[in-house]
Design a protein around this ligand. Structure first.
Ligand code: HEM
Ligand code: HEM
Length: 179
């Protein structure tokens, strides 16, 4: 008897697509808005507040998702008909989990080093430092942003390759329906 489902668990599907949206949104806001805004701008504290909340929610949901993944039955590993591509696909999935955790951790470390929880959430009256550029976790946060963008691009290309070239209906595995 084979109990292996044909799709991921609906909770994992919902988290996958919610996190995909939130992550792309946070990457876009961080790169094109937050980073461009001078720390002297009166709008910066509000922008940081929004970004930090969204970032922490992403980190927490990613953890919920990892726990859901290890506790639910998964479909058999997908294959692209090449051992190398299959290994790459698997490595990209693991890389996405690790990079998102590193993103949230480096953001939180930047915030603690710059005393942002006090300044941003409790209005301690202290002002923001001139910039965060000198902080190591801030640099890591920037590198991780580029790494995540590259991994997401590879991941999407892989998904499209399966769906439209191999025509194996891979997308349906990450969608709702009878399992
Ligand atoms: C719009 C863009 C995206 C598309 C089209 C897409 C598509 C898919 C598909 C079809 C699967 C199922 C693969 C399989 O059956 O083995 C999958 C799995 C997965 N996706 Fe995406 N995805 C997208 C965005 C993202 C993003 C932004 C992340 C980053 C967190 C992500 C992380 C994952 C992971 C880690 C898996 C493996 C299943 C798991 O462990 O949760 N995806 N994706
Ligand atoms: C995990 C999801 C997160 C994503 C996708 C994200 C994304 C980004 C991006 C793309 C940047 C600009 C980086 C660059 O291009 O150099 C940035 C900056 C920043 N992020 Fe995040 N971030 C996340 C989580 C967090 C968290 C949890 C915090 C703090 C609690 C945080 C605090 C910051 C700070 C302080 C900056 C620097 C802004 C500046 O230089 O003016 N981030 N983030």
């Amino acid at each position: 008897m084979n109990n292996q489902p044909t799709r991921y668990h609906p909770a994992l599907v919902a988290l996958h697509w919610l996190l995909a949206l939130m992550l792309v949104f946070a990457l876009g806001m961080g790169t094109f808005s937050l980073k461009e805004l001078s720390n002297a701008s009166p709008d910066k504290i509000g922008a940081l507040r929004g970004h930090m909340i969204v970032g922490l929610v992403i980190g927490s949901l990613m953890l919920v998702r990892l726990l859901t993944r290890v506790r639910t039955a998964l479909p058999a590993p997908a294959t692209a008909g090449s051992a190398l591509l299959d290994k790459l696909g698997h490595a990209v999935h693991i890389g996405l989990y690790l990079a998102v955790f590193a993103m949230a951790a480096s953001g939180a470390a930047t915030a603690f080093q710059a005393d942002l929880p006090q300044i941003v959430f409790f209005g301690s009256g202290a002002t923001l430092p001139e910039s965060f550029a000198h902080l190591l976790p801030r640099a890591v946060h920037g590198w991780m942003a580029k790494l995540i963008a590259a991994l997401v691009a590879l991941h999407v290309i892989g998904a499209l390759f399966h769906q439209f070239r191999l025509k194996d209906r891979l997308m349906s595995r990450m969608w709702f329906g009878p399992r």
